[in-house]
Design a protein around this ligand. Sequence first.
Ligand code: C2E
Ligand code: CA
Ligand code: CA
Length: 866
Amino acid sequence: MPGGGGSGQVTAMDTRVRRARRIDAQDLFVQTLEQWADAVVVIDDQSRVLFINAAAERFWGCPRQDVVGSHVDTLFPETLLTADDPGSSRDLSILGKDGQMRWATLSVSRITQKGRPLHVAFLKDITQTRLQDIEHRLLSLSVNATRSATCIVDAAARLVYVNDGLLQLLGYSREEVLGLSPLRFFVLDTEVEQPVLPELERTFGGEPHEVSALISKRNGQRLWVHVSSTPVFDAWGQVDNTVIVLTDITRFKLHEVLQDKVVGALLKEESLENVLTLMCQEIERIAPEVIVSILGVDADGILHPLASPGLPVEYSRAIEGLSIGPIAGSCGTAAYRGKPVLVTDINHDPLWADYKELAGNAGLRACWSIPVRNSCGRVAATFALYFRECRGPDTLHAHLVTAGTHLCMLALEREEARQAIRRMAYYDGLTGLPNRNLLLARAQRTIAEVASEQAELAVLFVDLDRFKQVNDALGHAAGDELLQVMAQRLSSVLREPDIVGRLSGDEFVLVLPRRSATQVTRFLERLKRVLSFPASIAGTSVVLSASIGISLFPGDGQDMESLLQCADIAMYQAKRAERGSFSFFLEEMNRIAQSRLILETALRLALAGEGLELEYQPQINLHSGTLVGVEALARWVHPTLGIVSPERFIPLAEECGLINELSQWVLQAACGQLAQWREQGLTVPSLSINLSPINFHNLNLAAQITQQLQRYELQAADLCVEVTEGVLLSNSPGTEQTLKELHALGVRLAIDDFGTGYSSLGYLRHLPISELKLDKSFVDDLERDASCRALSESVIGIGRGLSLLVVAEGIEHAAQRDILKAQGYEVGQGFFFSVPLPSEAFRQWLLACQGMVPPVSHESPLAALD
Ligand code: C2E
Ligand code: CA
Ligand code: CA
């Protein structure tokens, strides 16, 4: 120590000052530590706590006297003091004495006081930041994990953050999208729910906003999303970022968009076809990779395309009319099973075996079809998605199908309801027949059609007889039943374009297009027969009877109203005359029809009993005068009508379906007669009968002929069948077969009235014909008309050329015979030789000319030969 006493004073003062300073410094230091925001802990070389400041008290949540003097471990692990790198800091969490968890950044310094090494630990409380960190981490975890797709754009509307949900939704990777404008993912090129662009721009433009829009995934698939945006502002109120959340609302939106359109169309009373077509188009717009097809399935299980605007027309046309079944493509099978059918490879799936070419030509590779049931639970349609590649449906397709089938069902139900309403408006509830309105409308349309074809049409006014009595006697329910039976029976006699309707009460109307008065008369006959069966009404047998008035278009009126009026008047005429009868409006028509009807009834009776006879006319060899054959000709003498010419009753028999019966009778009578003559020792080389072309539609004809030949022990060569060229005009497939069968049997075939037909002569070469009969009209004028001679000459030429026998008929004079003879004809027939004779007269004639009986009262029949 330098200096003496003085210096001792100074020294003492100095020491005081120094001590004061030192105390001040220590105090300052301690006070400073006390004020220090971080916790400070001083630890001695025995690892005991020497000092903690106020911040440390707060940090550990306990007063310092609780810890000063205790082991450092009560505050934090001692090991932290011996860290390798004393200058370094580390974060640690500490459970305070008050039970609070706090975080701090710890740094430890080593100092020496009076030779004692001490540790000073500084703990910076980071609890607040830590908690925020955790919150952020959890927040971002939750944002990522959420199913909603979230992204954040910057002030320039570029993506700066995307969550996993968004990437999943779009199918892009994070790198691909960051920095892009989210606008590019939205579909802005279709009119679906557009224009949303301005809306979307607002979304990214710094206002909270919500909009729904269509986006396109990386793979082109489309989704409906709900977009919700929330802007985040900086301290100056400028938009810093916008948080955008997208939610997939495809399912709901599809329903909504489709439903809007489809229901809108339904409300506008669009047709079923239009509604369904619109739906197909909407769906194809949302999912351009599919083609939608909707097929109707009728009650018989037949498919009818309802809508498929995306399919080629030929494809739909080919499907029309196909049956549903266990192996019938996707739709036919789905309808059959009543369950969806997915075919991912049309070309190789057995269900498509029959139709794969068809599908292939249309570029279709896969098809998913779903049955659509109507309100009664029947599969009334199928809803199908076709793909142009081998594949199955994805979720969007599943949504589309759910929405599509639902709306399809709705549309079908609407259609059913519509039809029910239509039925109520246009149909008679009791009988189900068209009511007056519909009847008149349809009739008017048909009249227009018929007028353009210059065809005829008949209107029948049908009025039940004694309806009031039935109603009064048996009650109204019975009356209703009677009307229903009547409706059924009327409907049963109609053919395709005919119309029937109930006018009112017991009045019905029939409209028969393209029918002449004759055809109507036959229709009336049939109708009468159908009505004549007794009906069981309310347990009683009732015979239906109706009076019918008929008017004809165009004769009686030009429109339905006037035709109906005429038919009504005619009906009253009929009722006055006799219940259950009919009357034409025009008296002339009436007379013809009535007599025709009488004739037809009489012919039926004649066929069933007596009145029909055969007469026989010989065919003579012009050179030798001998009998070559006999033609049997039908005769009908009616007790009151007198002689009815075959020219009249043969066409009548043809028209009213009696010709087969008649020919059968002729065949049997003629064969029986021939057999009888032979038994009597008469020489009749051959017998000809006449058949109508209609007889050749009868596939049993050959068998029936065989039967009669056998019955009378005749040879097939004994019989010749005469038929006009009309037989060739028939397009019945049976005709040619029957002709060949007759030929095979050995029965000869002659063409009657040869030369008058219009058919080409080609048939002579390939049909099995043996004989031609030169028509009487050529023979008539032989003497006067050179062209007739030329024609008869050419006919004999044809006969010679084809080795056919030619018979000249209608020879009345020797001069005619001579010309024909000179031309080379060998056989002739006509009044000149003999008129057709009844069987007994013919026998006499034959006996006379065969010299068995000397001629008695008349000259030798064969004198004509000289
Ligand atoms: P067709 O087969 O050409 O019969 C010949 C017709 O000419 C017969 O008239 C006959 O009586 C008549 N005739 C014969 N020689 C002479 C003559 O020298 N002068 C005149 N003026 N007439 C002569 P018919 O018996 O009235 O028969 C008319 C037509 O009726 C027949 O013409 C035939 O097409 C048809 N026909 C007659 N009987 C039958 C039959 O049993 N079945 C079928 N399907 N048709 C028959
Ligand atoms: Ca004949
Ligand atoms: Ca003839």
